[in-house]
Design a protein around this ligand. Structure first.
Ligand SMILES: [Zn+2]
Ligand SMILES: [Zn+2]
Length: 343
């Protein structure tokens, strides 16, 4: 979602011969880009990167912005069916990952927004289930071990329990059809008929799945804040993780989506307002929204979040793009003192 903007910027630069010299030279060729040296730090901070021009380009984009982990889509967000994954593209992706020494545990593909594995409409459920199988197969081919998606929605016409049954059955089916990839449920903002706002719902889905060794959770800070976890409070991050541990279990926590939240002054008001829009539109750049910088400082210093991908899905406005936000987050890392100054 954010990456196309970047592509356009790059294209414009490339078309402008005056700018070409300065800007293009700064971009190292892929053989020369080096992953950030994070020795001494166990946080893998990165961002959702685009796949325009080839899925392998995601790896380079991540390294170029100084990321240590990344998320990506596995194909178009507009279509239920996609052309088969090009074999040479998959090989290039694997080469790039190995060149930059990415551990698959630090790469978190994001599922298609079209999918609703909890849909009461039989055709949508069938298409969602098929797309889930297709995306997990793509992950396997790309050497990926995690796959993050939104659990689903009852659309208000079936019960939450029935919706969770459907989601679990789609996951069970997909697990049967594909070898090893871990399906990672994302927590939602708890709006309307969407399932997964409560940690207990994520746990219920996991319980209904046969192979729980292939289940995981990705916690999105913006969604958690919207669902009522007050990350602005002192110790808010710790409290959320404690609750997650009690209700779901930390062993299931595979990733974090690092998003500030725009709009309202309190989580409660935010919930009321978010009925009007989609979750992604409400993400805000780190430290620029209502969660604020302190929570993110706590996150990058929280030992329970070591060695998992911490992924930005923020707007990345000009002057504060992913590279700058990643830099900011790393600058807060390993600092015991709580950040109190405004940005
Ligand atoms: Zn998501
Ligand atoms: Zn997210």
């Amino acid at each position: 979602i954010m990456a196309p903007k970047k592509r356009e910027t790059r294209k414009r630069k490339a078309e402008d011969p005056k700018k070409d010299g300065d800007t293009m030279e700064k971009e190292p060729r892929s053989e020369e880009v080096r992953k950030r040296d994070i020795s001494g730090c166990s946080k893998y901070i990165g961002a959702h990167v685009g796949i325009q021009g080839g899925i392998w380009k995601a790896v380079d984009s991540c390294v170029t912005m100084g990321g240590s982990s990344f998320a990506l889509f596995l194909g178009s967000q507009r279509s239920w069916t996609r052309p088969a994954l090009d074999s040479s593209a998959a090989d290039k992706f694997l080469e790039q990952c190995s060149l930059h020494k990415f551990d698959p545990a630090h790469i978190l593909p994001h599922g298609s927004y079209l999918m609703n594995c909890g849909s009461p409409k039989e055709d949508v459920f069938q298409k969602s289930q098929a797309l889930l199988v297709d995306e997990l197969s793509r992950c396997s081919r790309l050497g990926l071990t995690l796959y993050n998606f939104h659990p689903g929605s009852s659309l208000g016409t079936i019960t939450t329990e029935e919706c969770m049954d459907k989601i679990a059955s789609a996951i069970n089916h997909a697990h049967q059809q594909t070898p090893t990839v871990v399906t990672v449920l994302e927590n939602m903002s708890g709006q309307g008929s969407t399932v997964g706002g409560k940690f207990s719902e994520l746990k219920t889905i996991i319980d209904k799945v046969r192979d729980q060794s292939r289940m995981g959770v990705c916690l999105d800070t913006c969604h958690a804040f919207a669902a009522g976890y007050d990350l602005t409070a002192e110790g808010g991050v710790r409290a959320m993780l404690d609750e997650f541990d009690q209700q779901v279990g930390l062993k299931y926590l595979k990733a974090i989506h690092l998003n500030d939240s725009k709009g309202k002054t309190t989580p409660h008001q935010w919930i009321i307002n978010s009925k009007l829009g989609c979750n992604l539109d409400r993400h805000e750049d780190i430290g620029k929204g209502h969660i604020g910088i302190s929570a993110f400082r706590d996150i990058v210093n929280e030992p329970r979040l070591d060695n998992i991908p911490l992924i930005l899905e923020t707007p990345g406005r000009p002057g504060f793009e992913y590279a700058e936000q990643i830099e900011l987050l790393y600058s807060l890392c390993n600092n015991g003192q709580r950040y109190t100054e405004p940005l």
